[in-house]
Write a protein that binds this ligand. Structure first.
Ligand SMILES: [Zn+2]
Length: 249
């Protein structure tokens, strides 16, 4: 009774007339869902406290084997203010939230994923580049799920001498394989940058930031691998890509 857990809200959706479903990533229990009864009523004490991508403490009654719980109370630990003030950081937060929602299958390491999302939001909140935070988070989750891009050799024949990248084939391609599939070569810089992004961890962010000027083309490839090979459509990334130019306009 009255269990307490810390976690980050990664998704929020309507539930029945006046309630909300809150998906939260926690360190202790992994991904869990809370029903916030009546949270859409203006009089609800929880209504103003349910803020996407914020870190909170939740009060509920834990029962083993269940994944949906009634939320009794919520108290804010960290709002990550910048995520709600900056359009780029806000859109990127949506991508990170969706990634952690759709890429956590059975038997995932709760602590590892919790730490990843925690660090990703902290970095975005500090104003770090969204292309890199999204790219590194995505490549980490893909590797942990055993579906990382092959950036060590030709994804088809294993030849170490590679000249291009193919989302359809899941990574690097050698000259022979690329020629037979009519895929154009890429520059050495592109190959190096794509490899680096796929080997990086968030803790190496500063190094990666110096070496990759724009990671969006590489994130596009990873998103395409997810779509083609794993049937995952990252809707939030499409929104991010569509709205991002507005910021620069
Ligand atoms: Zn090959």
């Amino acid at each position: 009774m009255n269990d307490k857990v810390e976690g980050i809200i990664i998704k929020q959706s309507d539930y029945k007339d006046s309630s909300l479903l809150i998906t939260v990533m926690t360190k202790e229990y992994g991904k869990i869902t809370f029903v916030a009864t009546g949270a859409k009523k203006p009089t609800s004490k929880n209504a103003s406290r349910l803020i996407p991508y914020s870190l909170n403490e939740y009060l509920f009654d834990y029962k083993e084997g269940k994944s949906i719980f009634k939320l009794k109370n919520i108290s804010l630990i960290n709002l990550y203010r910048h995520l709600h003030e900056d359009i780029d950081a806000s859109l990127a937060s949506g991508v990170i939230g969706e990634l952690c929602d759709v890429m956590t299958y059975e038997d995932y390491d709760y602590e590892q994923v919790y730490q990843l999302i925690h660090d990703a939001y902290r970095y975005l909140n500090e104003g770090k580049r969204s292309d890199l935070v999204i790219g590194i988070t995505l490549s980490e989750l893909m590797k942990w799920n055993g579906i990382g891009a092959n950036v060590d050799e030709c994804a088809i024949c294993g030849n170490k001498n590679v000249i291009t990248i193919s989302a359809k084939d899941g990574g690097f391609l050698c000259k022979d394989c690329a020629t037979s599939l009519s895929i154009s070569p890429r520059s050495i810089t592109e190959l190096k940058e794509f490899r680096l992004l796929n080997k990086a961890q968030l803790e190496n962010y500063d190094v990666v930031e110096e070496l990759i000027e724009d990671a969006h083309p590489y994130v596009d490839i990873l998103v395409e691998i997810l779509r083609l090979h794993h049937g995952i459509e990252l809707n939030s990334y499409q929104v991010y890509k569509t709205l991002l130019p507005l910021k620069e306009a």
